[in-house]
Design a binder for this molecule. Sequence first.
Ligand SMILES: [Zn+2]
Length: 296
Amino acid sequence: MKRLFFLLFVLTLTIACAALAESAPQMAPPRPLETPSPTAVPEETATAEITATPETTVTATPEATAPQDIFSLLPAQMPTVPPQPTRDPGRLTGVKIGIDPGHQAHGNSAQEAVAPGSSETKAKVSSGTYGRFTGVPEYEVNLDISLQLRDALEALGCEVYMTRETNDVDISNQERAIMMNELGVDLVLRIHCNGSTNKSAQGIGLYIRKTGTNADECMRAAEALLPAMVEATGAESDGIFRRDTYTGLNWSEVPSILVEMGFMTNEEEDYKLNDPAYQQLLVQGMVEGICAYMGR
Ligand SMILES: [Zn+2]
């Protein structure tokens, strides 16, 4: 559409110039070429340009509208392409990834076994932490980023399974793990944000099971994921932690990583975790980490 307007504009200018050249001998004084009539530029084009890309808008100065400068302006008027983790649409074909956006709108304090065969129990699911500066609950940020991660992975041909796609659900941590076991995914990312009484605590931390099924494989996946996430975001690395205290990890029979993307109790990270541009960096890092782990 813009190209059509541009061609119309050039055509109008050419006709105007030709008419001017013909009539020039009779006209006194001759009209300068540098100042075409304002009607030469359709208002619609100018308005659309301003709304679409304010930073690249070129004002219609006499120099800018001179015919010899039009082609040099063309690239600046082209629509910008949003950054994407990769342009290879088949990079993750055949890979099955599970995404568990941590928590839900309302916790469920009913108890469930923390591990298969264990007599120890924990609450089925909690509502998580919240941004101390933004006030945004963790379950919302987790879902926002998880949905973006799903889209980015699917764009690469990946088969993606979500434990939830809305906040108003009631699915326990054990149920989430069993769901992914039954789907037989290659890797589960459990998406979370951290919280601490230490307001300066920050960075990306990964939690994996210490013992049991796939413990070594989980470490291999975490070692691929963490550097990719740190590189993409510029965040600090909080490290890889091995724990046997998470129900969702203990019940998992497929490689599973609990990703703490940052601390909502840290002012800078709370704002970053709610910033769409930073969320995309986190997504990009996780995509690259998954690709590295899967050898893609
Ligand atoms: Zn959490």
